[in-house]
Design a protein around this ligand. Structure first.
Ligand SMILES: Nc1ncnc2c1ncn2[C@@H]1O[C@H](COP(=O)(O)OP(=O)(O)OP(=O)(O)O)[C@@H](O)[C@H]1O
Length: 230
């Protein structure tokens, strides 16, 4: 039995439509160790979002199993899955989904409070994370008063707020210029390595992918390694 924070074993997912069945994942296997960051680089439509949704317990596989810290997600109730999503998994979406009526620090504090932290502790951690991502001075800004890149950094900080065991990200630095993207990614790496997070990052950016521990792609519904060309 693997003790990897995240393990997908023989996962299958197909979508049904009037045109027939579309098998997207057909026996996908993936293990991510604590402190390991894996790049998922695959053409559009091959199933990256589907894989991230299954890993994040947002969808259930048609066959196979997702293990979080060795526990089979299929054996959990809906409440149990929600609890794991809240406390164990951090998500960074392509479109950040920050709450517009709350400030940057509140956006990072709220998931901590939902997981049981006091408002005071949650805000203190929010400020630390904002500082780590270069956003000191922006704590009280609402998302509408932040640039796209700043909003994305707040979203990354929010994903890390509950010290997740697993981080799932879809183009986490997509809106950032090269210099900012480098710095934000360096901080993300430090958080992942320093806190033993298992991270899966979908990206179309080959330079970013090369900075991760390994690169995988999707081929015929399976996860396959990409061997470096240099
Ligand atoms: N809810 C759904 N119902 C029917 N088909 C779906 C559904 N979700 C995804 N698909 C189809 O499944 C395939 C994989 O979709 P997915 O979003 O996982 O791809 P992706 O690799 O993330 O693509 P992109 O890089 O464009 O975001 C696509 O052909 C898509 O049209």
């Amino acid at each position: 039995m693997s003790d990897a924070p995240l393990r997908l074993a023989a996962v299958e997912r197909r979508y049904r439509s009037e045109a027939g069945d579309l098998p997207v994942l057909r026996g996908a296997d993936l293990d991510i160790a604590a402190g390991e960051i894996v790049a998922l680089v695959a053409p559009s439509g091959t199933g990256k979002s589907t894989l991230l949704h299954l890993a994040g317990l947002l969808e259930k596989p048609d066959a196979g199993e997702v293990f979080v810290d060795g526990r089979a997600a299929g054996s959990l109730s809906d409440d149990g899955r929600t609890a794991i999503r809240r406390t164990t998994i951090g998500f960074v979406y392509q479109f950040h989904h920050l709450l517009p009526e709350f400030t940057a620090e509140e956006n990072i504090a709220l998931p901590q409070m939902a997981a049981g932290a006091s408002r005071r502790d949650a805000l203190a951690r929010a400020r630390d994370l904002l500082a780590a991502f270069g956003l000191t001075g922006r704590e009280s800004h609402r998302p509408g008063k932040l640039s796209g890149g700043e909003q994305q950094r707040v979203a990354i900080a929010r994903a890390l707020a509950n010290r997740p065991r697993i981080l799932l990200a879809d183009e986490p630095t997509g809106n950032l210029d090269v210099g900012t993207s480098d710095r934000v990614f360096a901080e993300l790496l430090e958080q992942v390595r320093g806190h033993g997070v298992a991270a899966l990052v979908a990206t179309h950016n080959p330079a970013l992918a090369r900075r991760m521990d390994r690169i995988v792609t999707l081929a015929e519904g399976r996860v396959v390694p990409v061997v470096g060309e240099d």
